[in-house]
Design a protein around this ligand. Sequence first.
Ligand code: NAD
Ligand code: TDX
Length: 362
Amino acid sequence: MTDKRILITGGAGFIGGNFVARALDLELGQVLVLDKFTYAGHEATLRQWEDHLNYELVRGDICDSDLVANILKDFHPTWLVHFAAESHVDRSIDSAANFIQTNIVGTFNLLEQCLSYWRTLDREDAAGFRFHHVSTDEVYGSLGATGYFTETTPYAPNSPYAASKAGSDHLVRAYHHTHKLPVTISNCSNNYGPFQFPEKLMPLVLLNALEGKPVPVYGDGQNVRDWLYVGDHCDAILQILAHGSKGETYNVGGHCEKTNLELIYALFEALTRHSELVAKAGFSPRDDYRELITFVTDRPGHDRRYAIDASRIERELGWRPATAFTDGLDQTVSWYLHNLDWCREVQQDNYERSRLGLAAEQ
Ligand code: NAD
Ligand code: TDX
């Protein structure tokens, strides 16, 4: 057990929820989650920790200055790990206001409050404090058939989501450059694994395939993403927090480029490997899941290819993705098949919200 005090924003979401589990399993210290529980935040993700002595939860908005200031004063964090965001590209195309509010204004508010807090710390605590900002490869825009995003690739965000994340990255960088606030930033590729809300490609395909529903493929299905198992992303963040240089950015990726169709076919193969479990869960295993594929209208402005050059974090911090793609897929398929109650609960929660007209608000 170490003595870290870790404030985690967005800990009820996909990657944040996995990070909470990592921090508690590794007994890093005390964990406090600050989450607004939007449609993407789920009690079911954090329920297992409710009685854990090293875990606390505050429901609230990162845009609320008084709340954030009070949490910082009372909890006295050594690390703040900032996951909270609106994260789904399609939603940012439908309506971008929440993305600007949470991703830009919310990050600005956290920085302002952290700066005030950090200035009250004694020399040793101030030197040890870290604000880690979790960002995305989407800020770099789209690649052609060749090349990789490095930490010096110029920003060229194409979706309102990517633009809002780019804005937040610039603010974080500026608070270090101007005020010397000890920040680090990671720009990571597409994550997959347990607790991902089924609006994102991987869990959506999985659940639709199990239920025999159409699997929607945008455009020609040839867009390329670089896939990383979520646990490996959490480990990269921990390495950066422990050993990264203040004010620096680290690209994180899986060396695992797949077209969307390749990814979907690989998922179907994983489902076939798990046929027994599929049947046990009450679904009919299919001979050929490919017949479910349905090509639909492309996402407007759909980035063609993302691929990360992660050589900096590998060279300087010794991090490498530890989970082979097939192993990660098997773990993910198995997790969803063993956690269908989680899927039903988060889908029901989302259904209730849209019925009550909350989706546009939160
Ligand atoms: P997610 O949508 O699953 O979870 C976001 C969480 O933030 C939810 O729990 C939500 O309730 C919370 N939240 C939203 N607005 C809030 C607010 N105003 N105040 C407090 N809490 C709020 O997101 P994710 O996929 O886990 O992504 C986490 C972070 O990682 C995001 O910043 C995202 O940009 C980044 N990222 C994601 C991926 C990916 O593949 N999912 C890849 C690279 C980077
Ligand atoms: O139904 C679908 N059909 C489809 O073809 C969905 C939901 C997606 N797609 C395509 C669009 C993308 O090319 O699959 C690819 C992956 O889509 P998403 O799961 O929506 O992820 P993406 O848009 O790549 O963004 C993700 O990775 C980077 C996360 O949602 C972001 O938060 C992260 O920053």
